[in-house]
Each structure stands twice: as C-alpha cells, then as structure tokens.
Design a protein around this ligand. Structure first.
Ligand SMILES: Nc1ncnc2c1ncn2[C@@H]1O[C@H](COP(=O)(O)OP(=O)(O)O)[C@@H](O)[C@H]1O
Ligand SMILES: [Mg+2]
Length: 412
C-alpha cells in the first residue's frame, strides 16, 4: 500500500508554505541545538528529504532519497508504525546500529509521523544528532506542535485544490453547455431551412407531374433554392468554425493546408481584422519584422495564436490602464523563426505563471472568461506548428511570450 503513489503528495506545495516550513525546521534545530531537523516526504516509492534545516554540520540535502521498502531508515520505521521513535544511541542498539544514518554519524534520533488529510502517510518531521541526547517532554511536545502545523497546512492545501477542482468542473460544464448552445442555433437554422427546401421541392414535383407548374412557379422555386442553400451554407460554416475552435483544444492536426506566405504581411492583416477592438483599447501595436520572412505554414493557426494573445493583453493586461504598447517581433535565425510577443500591461503573478497554459485556468471567470485561450495557443504552437512557447512576466514590464519554430520551413 505504501508503494502506491499518493495523489495528495503529488500536489505542489506553494513556495510560501515551503518557506514557512523551512523557518519552522530551522527554528527546531536551533532550539534543540542539534545539527539536523528534517521534514521527510514519501514520494512515489522513495522517501526523500523535503525540507532540511540550514544548520551547521547538517549532512542532509533537500532531495536526498532512499527506496522506501527496507531502507532501514529511522523515518521508514516511523511511517510504517505511525508512532514516535526515539533512539538515544544507535551504535548501542542491535536494531539500529547498521541503519544508513549512522554512516553520516547521526546516531541519535527523534521523529514523529506526518499524515495527509486523507490519513495516508505524508512523511515525518524529525531531528538527528551526532551524539547522545535526551529530550524533555517539552521538546517532544514542540515537535508534535510543529507536526500539527504542517498537517494543518496540508489540509488547507487540499481544501484549496478541491475548491479549484470543483470550480473547474463548473467551468467545464458551462463550457460544454455553451458549446451545445452555440452549435444549436446554426444547426437548428440549417435543419429548418433544409426541411423547407424539401417541402418546396415536393410541391414543385407534384405540380410538375400534374402538369400545373408554370414558369413563375419554377422561377420562384429557383429563387427560394438559392436563398435557402446560402442560409444552410453559412450556418454549416458557422458550425464548422465552432467545432474547429474546440478541436484546437485537443487535436494535433486540423484540416488546414500549409501555404506559403509572408509572415509580416500576415500578422499585419490579422491586426487589421482586430482594428476596432485595438482602437477601443487605446493600445499601440507594433510589428517589428524583417520584410522578407516567407514561410510555409498554417496561416489560420498563426491567426488564432496572435488573435488570442492580443485579446488577452486587452482583457487582462490593461484593465486598469488606458494606454500601453504591444510589440510583436519576428526573427529569422539559423534554426528557423522566433516570434516574441510582449505587452507592458500588469503582468502575471509568480503563482499564476505556471498555470496559464492549463485548460480552464483563468483569473477572470466572473467576467465570463473560460480559461481556454492559452491552452489553445499552446496546442497550436506545440502540436500543429511543432514549435515551443514560453511565458515570462514581470509585474513592472508586463508579459512576454517567446515562440520558437524550428521546423517552419523558411522559404527565403
Ligand atoms: N497579457 C496578459 N496580461 C496579464 N495576464 C494575462 C495575459 N494573458 C493571459 N493572462 C492570464 O492568463 C490567464 C489565462 O488566459 P487564457 O487561457 O487566455 O484564459 P482567459 O483569457 O479565458 O482567462 C488569464 O485569466 C490571465 O490571468
Ligand atoms: Mg484568453
């Protein structure tokens, strides 16, 4: 059972919490005046040093690990028995004299188990010493207090993750019902129109067979047929567009054919199709590019990427500011093409930056954002265009996306 991966343990623990745990552990080693205080964590089939005190003569480094089964470590024993373990001097004990920590001279141990909110083992909090030491009840209570603090932190992390997960389920539900709603209208119009055409055709056939059809009847029919086929055509096109948007979420290939085009001209065309939105936002958008970059690629896919990036800058980057500047720079280099997209808006916080490409991650759900834009961009860039995308941000400088396309065929 212990070898199984504990889903809770794969949760990221935020930097802030880690810093707090580090302080706790440092304090523990200093109060008890011992070289090593540790938080150990079970990670898959390993037991690893998760937080290690920054104290003198501490031989343990974050990330040191042993395979959990039969490691012989004090901490493995604590996790398996779920009991406090005190070893006064391992060298004087048959049970402990050969355990791996004695090689590091750590012959004295006190440790307690730490459990995840679902009661599965998380690891331990422990102190190790290179000489005999006896701990008072106060010391043991202190260790248990710290254990409680860590377990409480784990609980709030778990509650928070569950909240985010349930928000995501809500978004997904909303997204699917939104998609059904969006497709319902054009498909409904198409079905009604084609049913109408069928009945007009049936009537015309009857009139024709009974010999009562005249020229006017036929001309009326032709006119209606054109109108109806136009309507069906445009509504099927709408449906196809909606489906394509959703396809970008998962598919690596769309039906778009690669064509040869000038990159700068193409980007300028995309921006010109967003003219109204951009001028309403009072932003200046600059394209810095060599005139002669001609590529063989997927223009619609690149449109989707640029449109989404600009929309994001306008929606998220400048909500409290009137002016700003977006730069789109295209560079041709030996390995292919690099596109650098920058805005000077409010930027993305450190906590969020790793999550921006996640499907359904948004900081603006209340305003109706769905959190799909960057996920779609990521899929297009990596799967369809076979490139890479990185996002960095600085609160003062705004957001920067660097996209590298090594396999875009540079025609000249
Ligand atoms: N240019 C930007 N400036 C500031 N924040 C941004 C920018 N682009 C994206 N973000 C952040 O990334 C999140 C995810 O973006 P996206 O996937 O397009 O979803 P959505 O636009 O629906 O929120 C946004 O909610 C926002 O917090
Ligand atoms: Mg977006």
């Amino acid at each position: 059972m212990i070898e199984e991966e504990n889903s809770f343990m794969t949760f990221d623990i935020e930097n802030q919490t880690l810093k707090k745990w580090q302080k706790t552990i440092d304090l523990l080693s200093s109060i008890l005046d011992i070289p090593a205080a540790l938080i150990m964590r079970l990670n898959k089939n390993k037991i690893e040093v998760f937080v290690s005190s920054e104290s003198e003569n501490n031989p343990y480094k974050k990330g040191d690990n042993e395979v959990f089964l039969n490691s012989g470590l004090y901490c493995e024993h604590v996790i398996k028995t779920q009991k406090t373990l005190f070893v006064k001097n391992a060298l004087k004990s048959n049970r402990w004299k050969n355990n791996p920590d004695t090689k590091l001279n750590m012959i004295n141990y006190l440790g307690v188990p730490i459990n995840s909110p679902d009661e599965t083992p998380f690891g331990t909090i422990c102190v190790l010493n290179n000489e005999e030491k006896v701990y008072t009840d106060d010391h043991i209570n202190l260790l248990n207090e710290f254990k409680s603090i860590i377990e409480a932190d784990l609980k709030s992390i778990s509650l928070y993750k569950r909240l985010v997960a349930s928000e995501r389920v809500d978004s997904l539900r909303e997204l699917l019902s939104g998609m059904a709603h969006e497709i319902n209208t054009p498909v409904g119009v198409g079905v009604t129109a084609i049913t109408h055409l069928k009945s007009l055709t049936r009537n015309l056939k009857q009139d024709y067979e009974s010999g009562s059809m005249d020229k006017d009847d036929f001309e009326d029919y032709l006119l209606s047929t054109f109108e109806i086929t136009d309507l069906v055509h445009s509504n099927l096109n709408k449906t196809a567009k909606i489906l394509k948007r959703f396809k970008h979420l998962t598919a690596s290939k769309t039906n778009e054919k690669a064509t040869t085009f000038n990159l700068k001209e193409h980007i300028l065309n995309i921006l010109s199709s967003m003219k109204e939105m951009i001028s309403r936002s009072h932003l200046k958008v600059m394209v810095i590019s060599d005139e002669n970059i001609t590529i063989n690629s997927y223009p619609e896919a690149i449109s989707e990427v640029i449109t989404n990036l600009v929309t994001n800058s306008i929606t998220h980057g400048y909500s409290n500011r009137m002016t700003g500047e977006i730069n789109i720079e295209c560079r041709k280099n030996r390995d292919g093409i690099t596109i650098i997209y920058q805005d000077d808006g409010c930027g993305i916080s450190k906590n969020n930056i790793e999550r921006v490409f996640d499907p359904l991650f948004t900081t603006d759900r209340k305003k109706g954002s769905k959190g799909l834009g960057l996920c779609i961009i990521y899929n297009i860039v990596t799967l369809q265009l076979k490139g890479s995308i990185q996002c960095s941000s600085n609160r003062k400088k705004g957001v920067e996306f660097i996209m590298k396309f090594n396999s875009l065929l540079v025609v000249n």
